[in-house]
Design a protein around this ligand. Structure first.
Ligand code: GUN
Ligand code: ZN
Length: 464
């Protein structure tokens, strides 16, 4: 990087304001067709404005002209499973059958550290190719595999929050642990990774169905022992699962309460799915400031149901997107945005009318705030780290044609969510480091990967 910093010149979209805060406000995004973004050596956006004025004020800056494409904030995925890269695309089964036949057999292979390292590289490659720069990754049941994931993410400086998945019942024996081991392995992993570079630890019981109260209590004590740790799990995904959890925990008022009883629901909690919530559960999530990872392609593929976005919005529960690979059908958050839109259309009057600005928010700034990183990434404002992607569709593709002929910025953004995929993500930056360019990955080595970051100290603020 040059002394004057790098000045990116671009057509750029972002969502610094929450479009769900006022559902009549359009367009719900910010767009500039000749934006100048000056990025410091540390990878922070220091100046933003019309290109001509930023360039005039910073004549020494190196200019990188990205106007052939579209610049967006790096995408934020709040729910993706590390060990499931190779089971994407198994269709036709509901959740519990899919787990038994597809996911759980594959996840046992991660007992081999070599195999786990290969999968870690496939996962990280898949995230970067999709333009995902920040993610909450559901880890593995094996601690060395979780080390492999953090190691690979650090090679590229990706912002990854993850942890050991723990269960002590209902799963194949090799995936089970004990409450004591769940605690000690988690604290060990967190001591190696939490707050190192951009890594953070997430306490991760698989779901209440596979966790006794003793394991959930062990998770709660990890939350106490690891300051700033996140909590993630699944909730209310599938009706059979929900009924079984209710039967298994007769003393709890509902599924959310199986976690909340142990103090696991708070502003650093992200629960995946919540397709079948009770109003009382939404009220608890809202009161605690917990977020929901909406995973629409998974919900459709497993037939889990249509996500009640309007009820979440009305209850004040923050929602972001997750691809839920491998039940989800790929890493692209553009596809998840489109599927989220479809699901709301299919709900008719009960659906939330999503516009392109909502989709960009759900796949960027909503995720950043769910992960407590709203003051670090999520949009392209001054003071944020430069996590960004540039879309440049190949000539002659429907997206290329559509963007050249779009009648307005909003129409163009709609085309991005309708048509963009991995092949259109030309460049990826994390904190100003370009980690993908024209389809090639570029590890950043010991640079930002080991630099202490602000990320570990972030939490989402509690509402109210
Ligand atoms: N619930 C428990 N485990 C899983 C999983 O791996 N995928 C999904 N979609 N739901 C789950
Ligand atoms: Zn999941």
């Amino acid at each position: 990087m040059t002394a004057g910093g790098v000045l990116y010149r671009a057509r750029a979209y972002d969502t610094p304001d929450d479009p769900f805060a006022d559902d009549t406000a359009r367009p719900g995004f910010r767009y500039e067709d000749d934006l100048g973004l000056l990025v410091s050596r540390e990878g922070v956006i220091t100046t933003r404005g019309p290109f001509a004025s930023v360039a005039a004020a910073h004549p020494q800056a190196t200019v990188i002209d990205l106007r052939a494409g579209i610049l967006l904030p790096g995408l934020v995925d709040t729910h993706v499973h590390f060990p499931q890269v190779r089971v994407i695309g198994a269709l036709g089964m509901p959740l519990l059958e899919w787990l038994e036949r597809c996911a759980l057999p594959e996840e046992q292979h991660l007992a081999s550290p070599d195999y786990a390292a290969t999968i870690a590289s496939e996962l990280v490659g898949g995230l970067i190719a999709a333009g995902t720069t920040t993610s909450l990754v559901f880890g593995s049941h094996f601690a060395p595999a979780v080390d492999a994931l953090f190691t690979e993410a650090a090679r590229f400086g990706l912002r990854v929050t993850s942890g050991l998945v723990v269960s002590d019942q209902m799963l194949p024996e090799p995936l089970l642990t004990t409450p004591d081991r769940a605690h000690s392995e988690a604290v060990d992993l967190a001591s190696r990774w939490h707050g190192r570079g951009r890594a953070r630890y997430a306490v991760t019981p698989r779901f209440s169905l596979s966790a006794s109260d003793a394991v959930l209590a062990a998770c709660a004590s990890v939350m106490t022992d690891v300051e700033g740790a996140f909590f993630t799990s699944h909730v209310n995904e599938n009706l059979t699962e929900v009924a079984t959890v209710h039967g298994q925990f007769p003393d709890r008022s509902d599924y959310v309460d199986t976690y909340d009883h142990h103090g696991l629901i708070g502003p650093r909690s992200v629960l995946a799915h919540n397709v079948h919530p009770l109003d009382s559960e939404l009220a608890v999530l809202a009161a605690r400031g917990a977020a929901v990872a909406h995973c629409p392609s998974s919900n459709a593929a497993l037939g889990s149901g249509l996500f009640r976005l309007r009820r979440h919005v009305e209850a004040g529960v923050p929602v972001a997107l997750g691809c839920d690979v491998g039940a989800g059908t790929g890493f692209s958050l553009f596809k998840e945005g489109l599927q989220a839109y479809f699901a709301q259309r299919l709900l008719g009057d009960q659906g939330f009318p999503l516009a392109p600005g909502h989709l960009l928010h759900l796949s960027t700034s909503a995720g950043a705030s769910a992960l407590g990183l709203a003051d670090v990434v999520g949009d392209l404002s001054v003071g944020k780290e430069f996590d960004a992607i540039c879309l440049r569709p190949p000539a002659g593709t429907a997206l290329d044609i559509g963007l050249r002929h779009a009648g307005s910025p909003e129409e163009a953004l709609g085309k991005v969510f309708a048509l963009a995929g991995d092949a259109d993500v030309a460049d990826v930056w994390v904190a100003g480091e370009q980690i993908a360019s024209g389809g090639f990955l570029r590890p950043v080595g010991a640079g930002p990967a080991v630099r202490p970051s602000r990320d570990a100290r972030r939490t989402r603020s509690t509402p109210g």
